[in-house]
Design a protein around this ligand. Structure first.
Ligand SMILES: *Cc1c(COP(=O)(O)O)cnc(C)c1O
Length: 423
């Protein structure tokens, strides 16, 4: 039975047997007991399924990963300690020194640094493509040594909406997979696999957890990419560190995610904790309900701000006036996310005055949890930059990023109204 995604949020991934706990239990154990050395040997050889050490897998993590795989429509998923770890392993599961990645430039700042500094230092090269790139420009970024493309479906914080189908087509013409960071819309609003993406990543620290309680990430495998086209020897030649296993032969459609779990997680060890996975699962149970409210609150507030005389500009892809409105209608007709950005009249000072006057909305660096929150990049995350440098990275001195929560909308608007009145 294929349930609606709302039902999957609540129920998928865990089916207790007779007398077992109804809720996904926290298996707070690094290790597992077996009766015979032979059984344990089979687990180590990947001949049998089972748990032997939590760095590789754990029953709590497996249940929650299975739920997210069901939500995205993939064949398997692997939880990670953070969104950063998911981004890192999604790429290094495919790319090695000497390889190249085509990447959208409108991505999370942490991802940009990970790629542009840390992975470059490991010998992986990147070409960054601007958000309004044409098909020809995207095409031109590919090289003989390109092994994957990476984009964000809705970018944090610039709120650019990627043409996922176009990127998937171009990547596939070059025989490489497309990885999509789907953190902002979540699978409730957008499922990249339905548009040709091959791998999906998330920072589960955002809407999936939804309460700003637990750091985490996830990688999901669509199972659709053909790793045997000659470009990916790591999938088609024996892995000597695993008794010569050939991932594409032994694991078929699940080759990518099995390699990530048995090889990368074994070696890098950026595993999520069972406690965090338990909290993540509680968040996932209400993800569908929360996303509806985040999106309707954000749209109502965006429309209010669009009409306000104190507001110079507003960026929310769900607004008809937004340059991505048509793309949002195509890819995520039920809404994109709850994050908006806008600029108040009066520049940096007015923006700071506005932020300091808010009562309900709190100043935090986080986005995408239940509580409405704001951030003024020019005086916080980007404060080392002068006005010209800010302009170069698309941040104006008056830019305010607002993560619209799930409180009652009239209270959110009243708070914004009284703070705007102070400037
Ligand atoms: C926050 C974020 C990340 C990084 O996730 P962490 O859980 O903070 O490591 C990656 N991608 C996007 C789009 C994000 O918003």
């Amino acid at each position: 039975m294929d349930y609606h995604i709302n039902t999957k949020c609540v129920q998928s991934g865990y089916e207790p047997k007779n007398g077992e706990p109804r809720i996904v239990p926290i298996v707070q154990s690094t290790t597992y007991k077996y009766d015979s050395a032979a059984t344990l040997g089979k687990l180590f050889d990947l001949e049998e399924d089972g748990f032997f050490y939590t760095r590789l897998s754990n029953p709590t993590l497996s249940a929650v990963a299975a739920k997210i795989a069901a939500l995205e429509g993939g064949v398997g998923a692997m939880l990670t300690a953070s969104g950063q770890a998911a981004s890192m392993m999604s790429v290094t599961n495919i790319c090695h020194a000497g390889d190249h990645v085509v990447c959208a430039s409108a991505i999370y700042g942490g991802t940009f640094n990970l790629f542009n500094k840390s992975l470059r230092e490991l010998g992986i090269d990147f070409t960054f493509v601007k958000p309004d790139a044409t098909e020809e420009e995207i095409e031109a970024a590919f090289q003989d040594n390109t092994k994957c493309a990476f984009i964000e479906s809705v970018s944090n914080p610039s709120l650019d909406v990627a043409d996922v189908e176009l990127y998937a087509n171009v990547a596939h013409r070059h025989g490489v997979p497309l990885i999509v960071d789907n953190t902002f819309p979540t699978p409730v609003n957008f499922r990249p696999f339905e548009w040709g993406a091959d791998i999906v990543t998330h920072s589960t620290s955002k809407y999936m957890d939804g309460h700003a309680a637990a750091l985490g990430g996830v990688i999901v495998d669509s199972g659709n990419f053909d790793w045997t086209n000659g470009k990916f020897p790591a999938f088609t030649e024996p892995d000597e560190s695993y008794h010569g296993v050939i991932y594409s032969e032994k694991f078929g459609k699940a080759a990518y995610i099995t390699k990530a779990m048995t090889h990368l997680m074994r070696d890098y060890g950026a595993q999520q904790s069972p406690q965090n996975a338990f909290l993540l699962n509680l968040g996932l149970e209400t993800l569908f309900l929360r996303m509806e409210r985040h999106c309707s609150n954000a749209l109502t507030l965006a429309k209010y701000l669009e009409k306000s005389e104190k507001v110079e500009w507003i960026n929310y892809p769900g607004l008809e006036s937004n340059k991505y409105y048509e793309r949002v209608k195509k890819y995520m007709p039920n809404g994109c996310c709850g994050v908006i950005s806008f600029g108040v009249k009066g520049g940096r000072e007015a923006a700071m005055k506005f932020m300091d006057s808010l009562k309900l909305a709190n100043l935090v660096v986080h986005v995408a949890d239940a509580r409405t929150s704001v951030l003024h990049p020019a005086s916080t995350t980007h404060r080392q930059l002068n006005d010209q440098q800010l302009a170069d990275c698309g941040v104006t001195p008056n830019l305010i990023r607002m993560s619209v929560g799930i409180e009652y909308i009239d209270d959110i608007i009243a708070d914004v109204e009284q703070a705007l009145a102070k400037i």
